[in-house]
Design a binder for this molecule. Sequence first.
Ligand code: FES
Length: 106
Amino acid sequence: MPKILFIEHSGKEHLVEAEAGKSVMQAAVENLVPGIVGDCGGACSCATCHGYVDAAWGSKVEPRGEAEEMMLEGAMDVQSHSRLTCQIMVKPELDGLVVRLPSSQS
Ligand code: FES
């Protein structure tokens, strides 16, 4: 299974195994990664799954969709690599993906 490294704002790391076909948010929630809540269950309507995809991976994940862009407009600490992790599906090519978490979700 692909592995995803989540890094809390404090620097604490969580390396999790993620099932292909599920979302990056689901991988975090199922592995109790602090800071990724997923309140809306992945419906792109809460932004509690906000994370920063490492710059090296920016071109390997699908681009933001329209609904994701709209949700991010109202999110805190948005940066150029901000993503709603429920909108990124895990696939084998994402093995090693690095996602950092905003300070507002610590
Ligand atoms: Fe709600 Fe991602 S889980 S927007």
